[in-house]
Write a new protein. Structure first.
Length: 401
């Protein structure tokens, strides 16, 4: 009787157990797939840009004059304020003129003596010229009179030359500015003994216009034709100077508000550097730019180009080189190796590896790998709030000096 009651009590539990096991198995079989990684993409486009190339340059004064004395003596006075603008012809230094004035006076006296002797010789010759015709003096005596006349005249010329030299030496005791420009620090002071050609008393630099010297690889400048620099005609060089516009960027990153032009192209390529020396000239009316400043010379090519552009943030690099991750029509991530050219603002020029319309991942690259499926949206963001660049610099800018 007891066994029957127990059987009736546990029978529902036994019947229910297979159902519970079946339900548990079904729960394990239903596994939800993980969500697809979300990425942002930018479409490869073609834009019209003006290529440019950057080179390290240095500013140079169009005239840089060292002021030296041409005579020796004690410095009496300095007539300028250091670091100021001076004009051509301004008096800069005065050297004690006493000894040179004395030499001039002495040479003037010697000149008067020579003139007096020459006049006496002329009178004697004129008298002898009459006497020799009448036979009162010999031809030998007449020849001596003629010789004395000629020698006396030569002595006058020599004395005049000595006077001119003395006057020149006296004039050198006052030193004038040979050019207009900004004058530097004086290295001499009143009372200093000045030696000719040894002491650099000061310097003057002409700041307007200002030059920028830089070097450029021959292969870059003449890559469209095999012509060497030394084979260019004057007309071709003039056309080159006219077509290329030069901009200048300071070490702070700011750009100069004036555009320069080329005014010098060297006649040979450096044997060791493989570069060509160039010089640009910029207006510098405000004298903002001083000589010796390292700047970046930005050379713009004359003709715009159409290039494919991608954002710099999309470019990755490994041992195989530079590459980007793209999304194909099936929303599958693909790796594509790329050959890059110039940099345009925040974009790279793509020379090969992509086609117009390719979707390049710009955000979320770290979440994906080649072969996985993703969900994507178009990235319309402009990282710096700027419009597409219209000028460019080399991916690897060239340095020159």
């Amino acid at each position: 009787m007891l066994s029957k009651r127990l059987a009736r009590k546990f029978t529902p539990v036994i019947l229910l157990s297979p159902l519970l096991l079946l339900s548990a198995c079904e729960d394990k079989a239903v596994v939800e797939a993980p969500p697809l990684a979300a990425v942002s993409v930018k479409t490869v486009t073609v834009q019209t840009v003006t290529p440019s190339h950057e080179f390290v340059g240095r500013t140079v004064a169009t005239q840089d004059v060292e002021i030296k004395s041409q005579v020796s003596g004690n410095l009496i006075d300095r007539h300028f304020d250091e670091g100021t603008q001076i004009n051509k012809g301004d008096l800069l230094f005065s050297i004690d003129p006493a000894q040179y004035q004395a030499q001039l006076n002495q040479s003037l006296a010697a000149l008067e003596q020579s003139k007096a002797a020459a006049e006496t010789a002329r009178i004697n010759w004129a008298r002898g010229d009459k006497l020799v015709k009448d036979g009162y003096i010999s031809q030998t005596d007449y020849d001596k009179l003629t010789s004395n006349k000629i020698q006396s005249a030569a002595a006058v010329s020599s004395a005049e030359a000595i006077v001119s030299s003395a006057e020149l030496d006296l004039s050198y005791t006052k030193i004038y500015a040979p050019i207009s420009g900004r004058i530097g620090r004086s290295t001499a002071f009143s009372g200093d003994l000045i030696s000719p050609g040894q002491n650099i008393l000061t310097t003057i630099v002409q700041l307007d216009p200002i030059w920028v010297n830089f070097q450029i690889p021959e292969t870059l400048l003449f890559r469209d034709k095999p012509t060497k620099a030394e084979e260019l005609s004057d007309a071709e060089i003039a056309d080159l100077f006219e077509s290329l516009k030069i901009r200048m960027r300071f070490p702070s990153g700011a750009e100069y508000d004036q555009t320069g032009t080329l005014d010098f192209l060297d006649n040979r390529i450096g044997a060791t550097t493989g570069t060509l020396d160039l010089r640009a000239v910029f207006d510098n009316e405000r004298a903002d730019i001083l000589p010796g400043l390292y700047v970046t010379a930005i050379v713009e090519e004359p003709n715009p180009s159409e290039v494919m552009l991608i954002g710099q943030s999309s470019v990755q690099e490994d041992q195989q080189g530079r590459y980007v991750m793209t999304v194909n029509d099936e929303n599958i991530v693909e790796r594509k190796n790329v050959d890059l050219g110039n940099r345009y603002g925040v974009d790279w020029e793509v020379k090969s590896g992509l086609e117009v319309g390719d979707k390049v991942i710009s955000n979320g690259i770290q979440k994906v790998r080649a072969g996985v499926e993703v969900q994507w949206e178009l990235d319309e963001a402009d990282p710096f709030g700027t419009t597409p660049a219209t000028s460019a610099s080399d991916a690897n800018s060239t340095q020159g000096g």
